[in-house]
Design a binder for this molecule. Structure first.
Ligand code: NCD
Length: 305
């Protein structure tokens, strides 16, 4: 089973992953946090773009399932010597891995990798394409906090244009019955957004009646030399940045990380009890254990015991 896009999963598949994640969350609270479910299996994490959360989460998830885990990282890999993605994957295929977790700066890289490996490929972020495991951990955090997903109202705010998280979250959230809107300046909305069939607002007033405000980082490193879509980060933060005062008492704030304190949100809001940012990271480990287990052994529900 590959996981390239959030659309590879049905609502029932997502619920099954969450049942497994519940077991792994409980295991994470024990003093010994390891289970033998993937003993003897091989997981290769290929991270050809910067990452803290996603990489550490997948590495720890594989180790806690007792798999053999190796990590290939961008600047220290042979990609920096000019090796093509095809040759990197073919080389790693010689080890007969069970799972290949891949992050790459180009859209479609994970899908391409499926052509050269018999392992299950998991997309851990492909350029501005998709980030399905982020969507799953976000959904799982929401389910833990609210006890339900159907009927929640979520605003995704900021740099939608370059955000793979926004893409996966929008499609995955709607699949689970969440009412989603996008909020931000028109220059940060992708061309053709009208075909996504989602309400778009260019004003923070659109946050008034939502349960959750999902903030995105300004991803300037993905702009690659083009004219910046906002005049300056300072102006962006003055108009669109959120502080404690702009968030209503019952509302929750989410962010995939890494956060830029003082840009999309103030430092005090990041540390506020309404922020779920670290809760998301905790959810991510349990969800990725469930994803890895399902990728190797689709009917292995009992293996969490
Ligand atoms: C996101 C990513 O890499 O797409 N971060 C993450 O995986 N936690 C979001 C971002 O880079 O802003």
């Amino acid at each position: 089973m590959h996981l390239i896009s959030i659309d590879d999963l049905s609502a029932a598949d997502i619920e099954n992953l969450f049942s497994l994640s519940d077991g792994f969350l409980e295991i994470a609270s024990r003093s010994i946090k390891k289970v033998p479910s993937l003993r003897g299996r091989t997981i290769i994490n290929v991270f050809l773009e910067a990452s803290t959360r996603t990489q550490s989460s997948f590495e720890l998830a594989g180790k806690r399932l007792s798999a053999d885990v190796i990590n290939i990282k961008g600047s220290s890999s042979s990609v920096s010597k000019g090796e093509s993605l095809k040759d990197t994957i073919l080389t790693l295929e010689s080890y007969r891995p069970d799972v290949l977790v891949m992050r790459h700066p180009q859209v479609g890289a994970s899908r391409m990798a499926t052509r050269y490996t018999s392992a299950s490929v998991i997309n851990a972020g492909d350029g501005t394409g998709e980030h399905p495991t982020q969507c799953l951990l976000d959904l799982y955090s929401l389910r833990r906090v609210y006890g339900r997903l159907d009927g929640l109202k979520v605003a995704i705010v900021g740099d939608v244009l370059r955000s793979r998280v926004a893409r996966s979250d929008l499609f995955g959230f709607r699949k689970m019955g969440i009412d989603v809107r996008l909020v931000g300046p028109p220059t940060l909305m992708p061309p053709g957004i009208e075909y996504w069939d989602v309400p778009v607002y260019n004003d923070l007033d659109a946050l008034e009646d939502v349960d959750v405000i999902y903030l995105l980082r300004m991803q300037l490193e993905r702009a690659k030399g083009k004219v910046p879509p906002v005049p300056s980060l300072r102006e962006y933060s003055r108009v669109w940045g959120l502080s404690q005062y702009r968030v209503k008492p019952g509302q929750r704030v989410m962010h995939p990380g890494p956060i830029n304190r003082g840009v999309e949100l103030s430092g005090d809001l990041a540390d506020d009890e309404r922020s779920l940012i670290l809760h998301q990271v905790e959810s991510g480990l349990a969800v990725r254990m469930a994803i890895l287990l399902t990728a190797v052994a689709p009917a292995a529900e009992e293996a969490t015991g």
